[in-house]
Write a protein that binds this ligand. Sequence first.
Ligand SMILES: [Zn+2]
Length: 433
Amino acid sequence: MRALAAKLEAATAAPGPAPARPRVVGALSAAVVDSNPYSRLMALQRMGIVKDYERIRGVTIAIVGVGGVGSVAAEMLTRCGVGRLLLFDYDTVELANMNRLFFTPDQAGMTKTAAAAKVGGGWGVAGWPRANPSHLLSPPQTLANINPDVAVEAYHMNVATVAGFDAFKAAICRARERAAAPTDAAPPPAPSRVDLILSCVDNYEARMTVNQVALELAQPWLESGVSEDAVSGHIQLLVPGATACFACVPPLVVASGIDERTLKREGVCAASLPTTMGVIAGLLVQAALKRVLSFGAVSGYLGYSSLTDFFPALDIKPNPGCLNPACVAAQAAHAAAAAAAPPPPPAAVEAAPEHEDNEWGIECTADDGGEGGGGGSGGGEGRPLPAGVEYSLPAAAAPAPAALAAATAAAAADAHGGAGVDDLMAQLQALGR
Ligand SMILES: [Zn+2]
């Protein structure tokens, strides 16, 4: 009887399945309540860091390579509420990946894209080569489980093949909603439907594939990499024509004409640390957020050396002698666009509100002299003042510069007890005699 009671107690005390998170439809809520998954993100807007955080719901990001860096980047973007993620990878989850973040042992054998993207219940889908019955009992943690608001598209493919190149490019361009049919008056919109590509691959060929697709589509992208000894890494922003492309400054091993595939030795694998990969994924997604949400500055290149805690940042200009003709054409187009662009208007200093809203209900209104246009701190040049208010020195009676200089000299003379500089010099000489 006691044993049965204990069993019953244990059964009722055991935590049940986590409640499914409801989809957020429509505007993101900024309500500061424990049940709002976006309250901490929307606070960025309230604190003036990001002007319009909700823009992230319209952002599409492609991640090529869902490994140690790419999977973590995908999770970060999912938790940030990005609108759509496109995941590209040809690999499967292995137990040897368990020193990294994101994937779990029960996902071994699944393709990385399926393990990341599919929600519980999607068993037997294409791209999941080996059915593992344990999955039926414990659905893998997936991006859809973390945040159902994010649309995730999984592409199980190797982009660094001829067929993969075409399929990758087609997926980047697929189903783009065009605002209007292109006309002679307006240039056609860029064919890409993606705001940013994040390259998280581990080989040169795949990087060159992303580079080529990006150049052909005028597509900005962020490249990332972690060293084979697992203690350093980097991220790099590549904007066709404006910055170096990946072929502008090839890695030394490639410039030396060595085939990268010959470097791999049997029985020797690259080292990896979840820490370094987490740092690089964090830097990568931080740069991506800054770019797509227009806040802060994104370095052209940002390195990370963990042994010395060194973060070098620099810009890499495009190479006019780049061997990729698409890059040279993009550089020419960028230079022509820069030359044709009208000169920037005089710096309009827009006073950003310190706080988007405030609990005291204080409002700043324009000093336009209109009804209710009082308040404000002083009037700007030429700005009409509200009735009954005037400057301490009326503009009409402002002294001429010569008069102002004379007044300044007189003030200086007053400061020395009414004596001019010549008088003071004479007094000094008299004392010296
Ligand atoms: Zn180039």
